[in-house]
Design a protein around this ligand. Structure first.
Ligand code: PRT
Ligand code: ZN
Length: 288
């Protein structure tokens, strides 16, 4: 068993930078030495193993790494086995979609019966088709799935979509969703060295804190006491707000709340409409 906790992260790619940012936001200082495969954490007994995303589940499963950060789509395609998703991390969001050439007659999953579907996610797609009682031919490709319909390799594709620009550039339209994905923290069945158990617990707790604080906002305002029920109703994803009296004014209170969802301008306008004034929306750096 290793003396240091190991977390496998993608080297480069779409998740690499964000994964390192998460680690740093959690207060772990990364020492970027000459070894690009292994980064040491300066202030905790943790090493980051920087590898291809496809290898991360295997490393975690084999106990070479204690945790991994990988797209849920990669985990799903592999078949989770003994691996578990500890928590979603809130970045690398994308959707595995079925897409067809514009004008292709799609009327629900049954339209895929007998079709040829190109994908880099054959197992996930097969499970989706099976769940829906559809039989189709799966053409497995290593990449560039979006060109398959033009090359007549397949009629339809199943691929990850984030902005939708790739589909649009290839004259394809998303017609169905197979799964939603984002970066997730994964853990295997292997035991963590007892001496490192507290480090593992702290990684999980701090990552949870960072993931939760992203998108959360601290909202403060003044309001007439009578407007409190209406204001509580408007605040998105807030628990019970903290209410404190304002000096020298018996009818007015200060309201403080942590909102777990985005606070849009529309929300502020509604709060104003309900009688709130001096509304402040602040970012939250850490939450525990
Ligand atoms: O080299 P390595 O094997 O490590 O990396 P990789 O090339 O296999 O993976 P990489 O870095 O491309 O993606 C890593 C993870 O990012 C994926 O497993 C997903 O969980 C996540 N992710 C988020 C995406 C996308 N968004 C995404 N848009 N992965 C791929 N794409 C591709 C998609 O396949 C399509 O080709 O981007 C294109 C579509 O993008 P839009 O923006 O045009 O819709
Ligand atoms: Zn890969």
């Amino acid at each position: 068993m290793s003396e240091r906790l190991r977390i496998a992260v993608q080297k480069g790619g779409r998740l690499g930078t964000k994964s390192l940012e998460l680690v740093e936001s959690a207060g772990f200082r990364i020492l970027r030495g000459a070894n690009e495969l292994l980064y040491r954490i300066e202030n905790a007994p943790i090493d980051l193993l920087c590898v291809r995303d496809d290898d991360i589940p295997t490393f975690v499963d084999d106990g070479v790494a204690d945790f991994g950060i990988v797209g849920r789509n990669v985990l799903e395609e592999r078949g989770a086995g003994e691996l578990t998703e500890v928590m979603p991390l809130g970045f690398g969001r994308c959707t595995l979609k079925i897409a067809a050439p514009a004008g292709w007659p799609y009327r629900g999953v049954q339209s895929l019966q007998g079709a040829r579907i190109a994908t880099t996610y054959p197992r996930t797609l097969a499970r989706f088709l099976e769940r829906n009682g559809v039989e189709a031919e799966i053409v497995t490709m290593r990449g560039a799935v979006e060109v398959a319909p033009r090359l007549k390799l397949a009629q339809v594709i199943c691929d990850l979509v984030s902005t939708g620009a790739t589909l649009e550039a290839n004259g394809l339209v998303a017609v169905d969703t197979v799964m939603n994905s984002e970066a997730v923290l994964i853990r295997g069945a292997s035991k963590i060295n007892a001496a490192l158990a507290h480090v593992a617990a702290s990684v999980v707790q701090r990552f949870r804190g960072v993931a939760a604080s992203q998108g959360s906002k601290y909202v403060m305002m003044n309001a007439p006491r009578s407007a409190l029920p209406e204001i509580s109703r408007i605040l998105p994803g807030a628990g019970a707000p903290t209410v404190t009296p304002l000096a020298g004014n018996d009818d007015a209170v200060a309201v403080h709340a942590v909102c777990q969802e985005s606070v849009f301008w529309e929300t502020l306008e509604k709060l104003r409409g309900a009688g709130a004034s001096a509304i402040l929306v602040l970012p939250i750096e850490k939450m525990m």
